[in-house]
Design a binder for this molecule. Sequence first.
Ligand SMILES: [Zn+2]
Length: 420
Amino acid sequence: MTFRLPAIAIACAFAGIVTGFCGVSARAVEQGPDLRPPVQTHPVATDVRVGGDDKQTRFVVDLTRKIDLAAFTLADPYRVVIDLPQVNFKLPDKMGEHGRGLVKAFRYGLVMKGGSRFVLDTTGPVRINKAFVLAAAEGQPARLVLDLAATSRESYLRNIAQESRVARNSPHIHHPPIAPRVSSDPRPLIVIDPGHGGIDSGTKGLDGQDEKNVVLALALRLRDAIEDSGKFRVALTRRDDTFVALGERVRFARAHHAALFISIHADSIPRSEGQAEGASVYTLSEHASDAEAGRLAEKENKSDIIAGVDLSSEPNDVANILIDLAQRETKTFSVQFARTLINDLKAAARLHPRPVKSAGFVVLKAPDVPSVLVELGYMSTRGDLKNLTSPEWRSRAAKAMAQAVDDFFARRLAGAGNGG
Ligand SMILES: [Zn+2]
């Protein structure tokens, strides 16, 4: 029953007029330890309805049973986040792509073990007038109800400021700080970073496949392929369908003293922009190597916004890292690995015509860990998609990438580390 009561309390202080909602949290506090047998199945969200206009909008979720919630707003871009205990979402396809009234669009999914969330993109600043869950009654399912009203940016920001003063000590997506780890195992550590996860599905394939699943499958295969050599240790930033914030991924690599960081993604482009195919490898740069690389970085950097991370409460250690002289060596190694990777990948995968590029990817910002981001191919292109979803291709690509890791470290050990 301790599901983020602080967040609920914050939302109460923030909204002020959330009657039904705050009643729920007060009861939860009085109940003390929950001695009931654990519930085996998660509640299921079965439908969502959005009604209203550009002044007032109601967001309703049908649920198989009553649950607690916490709702809060975020600015730049304007979002409303509804945090719930873990929920299974059985909603129609494409649900959330288009909203109504003040809600432009919405997403949903897991943000951490035991916690699901809705993130609503709103057309402008909004106030949460009510947020509560009704028990099932008279043939109606349990219902989550959120009432939003348009407000001014000024009062919106004032509300958020009040909220965040209380919220500082209880971030909504809470990960315990990662303590620096020193391993007694002297082998270099390779951190594999499957992109997206949980509420952030990444891009979509022609047949509706989610990037987050495609890249996780490749990442797991890559882990095995690298471990097979016996020369390296491997860690993953996520091993299942959960969300990990971008800064968290960087901090993970740094805390574990990673020798190399490989972020795995797949791209797609709208039909109107024609066809594109093949794998590319990206390194970090302040200025994008070309406009397409810049747009891609912008898209990949949206992960935290998609998941409703409060960027203003993210520690600045990652956001403010400048690409300066201190990073020159890391940068050189990153580019070297990118080239090695493309060279080894050639035999196993189709390559983009210009396969080595650079842009300002947040996830590549560890100043002391050589880092690359691999776009395996285009999920919007039939041939690439066929590869990306084929276990045989995955094995081949993973082996080629593991070979690149091997080659890269062999070259570094041979003292060839100061080229460009
Ligand atoms: Zn991606």
